[in-house]
Design a protein around this ligand. Structure first.
Ligand code: ADP
Ligand code: MG
Length: 292
């Protein structure tokens, strides 16, 4: 199966996603205009795991939906894999969207279709793949998310975590460069959240897909993200690499909270190591990461 996208975004030095002064307003029933995303520029590198955080209503979902043009910006450019999506015809946009998978908080699976048919769906609508290719790719993607044995079941027979894994397999089936995730763990309990985050991290490492994840859970950022951007009222107010010690005080309360979580984890790891060196079992001393 050939990849539908140009190779431009595969270069490590080239951002796979580049938003340039994107702006999105909504007309409210009152007649007022609400600026959900305001003149925002952002670059995300190929292979990154990038978090978008902020309070409810900050514009996170709108920003994520601008990346695959589910929302069309009022102005500005949206470049993915080197192509400006705002200039494409409908047909070109449909093809290019094969390069951008997406998963949602509520999974959005086809309830009347089996797991196989859900994952095969994006391959079938594209009409470019043989039956054998689809069969092989579906199995490959289900193996990637650890659900090979559920291939013939229906979504209703699956747990929330399993449904989200099917959604991930479906999103990855067309071999996208980018996987957009909108609050993917918000409907899941903490244990399931933890294992799903591990799966997302594995997938990023194994196949190098760039992950952009919207979340209000700071622990998700701490566990999964390499870089994070903080949104307030439709503006990007702060951006940093999660593991980097700050050179100056973070601008936002959320930024400071993320730092505290990272430092606490590092301190716990050091203490566990020291306890291990003294002969105690490290696992008894290492605090479990807190999932909110
Ligand atoms: N289609 C729409 N029509 C009107 N207002 C919208 C629409 N989509 C989002 N908004 C508004 O834009 C703001 C940002 O929404 P959203 O991007 O969903 O925020 P977040 O994901 O950070 O909670 C919210 O105040 C929301 O009510
Ligand atoms: Mg949202």
């Amino acid at each position: 199966m050939s990849h539908p996208s140009p190779d431009a975004g595969r270069d490590a030095a080239t951002p796979v996603i580049r938003l340039q002064s994107v702006q999105k307003s909504f007309a409210l029933p009152s007649g007022e205009v609400f600026d959900a995303v305001q003149s925002l520029s952002l670059e995300i590198q190929q292979g990154d795991v990038f978090g978008l955080i902020g309070k409810s209503g900050a514009g996170k979902s709108t920003l994520l939906r601008l990346i695959n043009l589910l929302e069309r910006p009022d102005s500005g450019q949206v470049l993915v894999g080197g192509r400006d999506l705002t200039t494409l015809s409908r047909r070109e946009l449909r093809d290019t969207r094969q390069n951008i998978g997406m998963i949602f908080q509520q999974f959005n699976l086809l309830q009347n279709a089996t797991v196989f048919d859900n994952v095969a769906f994006p391959l079938k609508i594209h009409g470019r793949h043989s039956k054998a290719e689809i069969n092989a790719r579906v199995r490959e993607c289900l193996a990637l998310v650890g659900l090979a044995e559920k291939i013939d079941t229906y979504p209703a027979q699956l747990s929330g975590g399993q449904k989200q894994r099917v959604a991930i397999a479906r999103a990855l089936a067309p071999r996208p460069q980018v996987l957009l995730c909108d609050e993917p763990t918000s409907a899941l309990d903490s244990e399931t959240t933890r294992s799903l985050l591990e799966t997302l991290r594995d997938i990023n490492q194994k196949i190098g897909v760039t992950i952009v994840i919207v979340t209000h859970e700071l622990s998700v950022v701490e566990v999964l993200c390499r870089n994070v951007a903080i949104l307030e009222k439709g503006r990007l107010v702060e951006q940093f690499a999660v593991e980097d010690a700050p050179k100056a005080e973070r601008k936002t309360a959320l930024g400071r909270e993320i730092d505290e979580l990272v430092r606490r984890r590092e301190r716990d790891a050091r203490e566990a190591l020291a306890a291990g060196a003294l002969g105690a079992a490290p696992s008894l001393n290492a605090k479990e990461p807190a999932y909110v």
